[in-house]
Design a protein around this ligand. Structure first.
Ligand code: FMN
Length: 244
């Protein structure tokens, strides 16, 4: 079980892969991946995350069915996002956009193939102002209430990214997805998930096929990174890691 690749290589090559071999993932590797996921930062280290690792083929099939159903319902809108030239919602060349669309649809149709599905969940963040009204101002309590949904999301996505990078280290692919949330009540009932628990991401895990890990394509940092004030461009574009 060698740790073979560096952190930057993992970051730069762990693109979202949606097709997998059905080959099983050894439990020792899965355990390492899950441990890496749960080493992530989280609010006040309460570790309110829970991860459901779904290996049972029948259960996987049922969950994949909901994912596919959600995808089918969204298909007209997804087609517009990717393929409607008049909208240009996905800013990339037409051929690449078409490829991403095809991969996404392919993923919808093969969601039950990977040997593992992982559902990343959290117990909701507690309303931390309760019982502390004597030491917190009404202004701050209002702001805390407004921030609560963000606090919930903030404590799971670090773990999902850790999971993605640890999987990449072991040659295992995944793709962050959240379409399942359209059928969250049904999926929670199917899996016995308590009512208050929030589900955030459904991650297929498996050995990639036919696609491979490869460079992630993103905008240059000069387009998305500012210096000191909003809109003032960051001046230095680094030598791209994968030009080496
Ligand atoms: C919040 C979030 C939700 C996503 N949901 C889905 C999804 O439901 N299905 C899917 O195929 N990809 C999903 N993705 C993956 C994105 O489509 C993918 O990260 C993006 O197209 C960039 O591709 P790359 O990571 O391979 O470079 C999601 C990503 C994020 C961050």
């Amino acid at each position: 079980m060698a740790d073979e690749i560096g952190v930057l290589e993992a970051i730069y090559t762990a693109r979202g892969l949606r097709r997998f071999k059905p080959d099983p993932i050894p439990d020792e590797i899965l355990a390492r991946i899950m441990e890496a996921a749960t080493r992530a930062p989280n609010a006040t280290n309460l570790q309110r995350w829970r991860f459901l690792v779904i290996k049972d083929p029948e259960v996987r099939k049922a969950v994949a069915g909901y994912y596919k159903k959600a995808a089918e319902r969204l298909l007209p809108q997804v087609e517009r996002i990717f393929l409607d030239e008049t909208r240009h919602m996905v800013p990339m060349e037409q051929a690449k956009r078409k490829q991403l669309f095809d991969n996404t649809i392919d993923g919808f149709n093969h969601f039950d193939v990977p040997p593992v599905l992982i559902l990343a969940c959290t117990y909701p963040e507690p309303p931390r102002w309760e019982g502390n009204e004597d030491v917190l101002s009404p202004f701050i309590i209002e702001r805390m209430k407004a921030m609560l949904p963000r606090a919930n999301a903030a404590s799971i996505y670090h773990a999902v990214q850790n999971l993605t990078l640890a999987a990449r280290n072991f040659g295992i692919a995944t793709c962050m997805t959240n379409l399942h949330t359209l059928y969250e009540p049904e999926i929670k009932q199917l899996l016995g998930i308590p009512g208050e628990v929030l589900t955030w991401a459904l991650l297929p895990l498996g050995y990639p096929y036919p696609d491979k890990f490869g460079p992630i394509r993103r905008k240059p940092i000069s387009e998305v990174v500012f210096l000191n004030h909003w809109g003032d461009p960051w001046p230095l574009e680094p030598e791209s890691y994968y030009k080496k």
